[in-house]
Structure formats: structure tokens, C-alpha cells
Write a protein that binds this ligand. Structure first.
Ligand SMILES: CC(C)(COP(=O)(O)OP(=O)(O)OC[C@H]1O[C@@H](n2cnc3c(N)ncnc32)[C@H](O)[C@@H]1OP(=O)(O)O)[C@@H](O)C(=O)NCCC(=O)NCCS
Length: 174
């Protein structure tokens, strides 16, 4: 199935990244909270944005990664992103991030819920999950509000420092 170009619940909209999102996307890469929890380039540059555009195009073409900007209607400005990556057959991982203007209003919870609903209903996903750092309480709360429940805890390698971090797998099944 071809993924939709946009998805909305009437409050937020998920749409594809565009060239006009370059400046706001690079500033989101540099946001301190985003950098605290995700592996971001040290000095975000145009090359990083170009690379992201290619990754997104390839992901939609292969059907293995759906990467959407999150906007608050009726605005079209990107407030963050929600990203679904196929991990194994019908199992998907859903990650998300927001810049400061997009946080604290429940918009990202809506975005995660929308993408999970789409994967589970239209894409035939059987499970959506994400392993989140146990100390990332803000993200854990939003995952829970989006319908995902904590299942197992495990140790993972931090991709930034190589240290082991304790993660909890947030899961929602069909
Ligand atoms: C994860 C992240 C996007 C969550 O952002 P967020 O602003 O907490 O999430 P939401 O947009 O869903 O907003 C929820 C907050 O808005 C509050 N809120 C205010 N008005 C609201 C409303 N009308 N409806 C719902 N929630 C509302 C909620 O109470 C909640 O705050 P709380 O958790 O302190 O109770 C953000 O912390 C982030 O970008 N982190 C860095 C990247 C990251 O860690 N990603 C997760 C791993 S992939």
C-alpha cells in the first residue's frame, strides 16, 4: 500500500518534509531537549538536511520508513516529526521529536496516536513499539497517552557515548 501524503485528526496534520522546512528543521536538530535524547549531528548543516530529504524519499519509496512533519492546523509550519520505521515484517518502530514551540500542548501525543492508528489499521502492522530511555519521562508520558504501554525493560548501547542505558519498550499491538 502507498502511504498517504498527509494524515490529520483535524487538530494536527502529518505531512511530508519540504525544502521550505530547511531552516526550522536544522534548528530542531540543535534543540537542547532533542539533543539530550536523540543522536543528532554536532553542528547541523545543509548537508544533514539534504541527507534527511534523501532518507525520507527512499523510505517512502521502499515502504520501510514513513517520516512526517507535524503541524498544527491551520498552520503549515513544522513543529516536529514523527517517524515510523519497519523493523521486522509487520513490526514497526515509532519515534518522535518536537521543537520548543510544538511541546506542552498534547500535539505530539496526537501525532504519535495518528501514525500508530494508520500503521495498525491501514498498513497491517501487528505491533508498534519504541525503546525509550527510562529517564525520558516526558516522552514516556506522551507514548502512554498515545495508547502505548510499557512492556519490558532492557539495557541498550547509547549510540552517542557507547554507554549502556536502561530502556523501556513502549508497545501497542493490533
Ligand atoms: C517527546 C516529546 C516530543 C514530547 O513532547 P511533549 O510536549 O511532552 O508532548 P505533547 O505534545 O504530547 O504534550 C504533552 C504535554 O502537554 C500538556 N498539555 C497541555 N495542554 C494539553 C492539551 N490540551 N491536551 C493534551 N496535553 C496537554 C500535557 O499535560 C503534557 O505535559 P506533561 O507530560 O508534563 O503532563 C518532547 O519531549 C521531545 O521532543 N523530546 C526530545 C526527543 C525525544 O525524547 N523523543 C522520544 C524518543 S523517540
Amino acid at each position: 500500500m502507498r502511504p498517504p501524503d498527509s494524515i490529520t485528526d483535524g487538530v494536527v496534520a502529518l505531512r511530508k518534509l519540504r525544502e521550505s522546512d530547511r531552516a526550522v528543521t536544522l534548528s530542531t536538530f540543535a534543540d537542547p531537549l532533542v539533543r539530550q535524547w536523540l543522536n543528532m549531528p554536532a553542528k547541523p548543516s545543509d548537508a544533514d538536511f539534504d541527507s534527511l530529504l534523501r532518507t525520507i524519499r527512499n523510505g517512502f519509496e521502499s515502504g520501510d520508513r514513513y517520516d512526517y512533519c507535524v503541524t498544527e492546523l491551520p498552520d503549515d509550519v513544522s513543529l516536529g516529526a514523527v517517524i515510523a520505521s519497519r523493523r521486522h515484517r509487520d513490526n514497526w518502530e515509532v519515534a518522535y521529536l518536537a521543537r520548543a514551540e510544538g511541546r506542552g500542548r498534547g500535539l505530539m501525543t496526537r501525532a504519535v496516536r495518528l501514525l500508530c492508528d494508520h500503521l495498525l489499521s491501514a498498513e497491517g502492522a501487528t505491533c508498534v513499539a519504541f525503546g525509550v530511555d527510562v529517564d525520558n519521562h516526558r516522552a514516556r508520558r506522551a507514548y502512554r497517552r498515545a495508547g502505548m504501554t510499557p512492556t519490558v525493560e532492557y539495557l541498550d548501547l547509547d549510540t552517542r557515548g557507547g554507554e549502556r542505558v536502561r530502556c523501556v519498550l513502549m508497545t501497542r499491538t493490533a
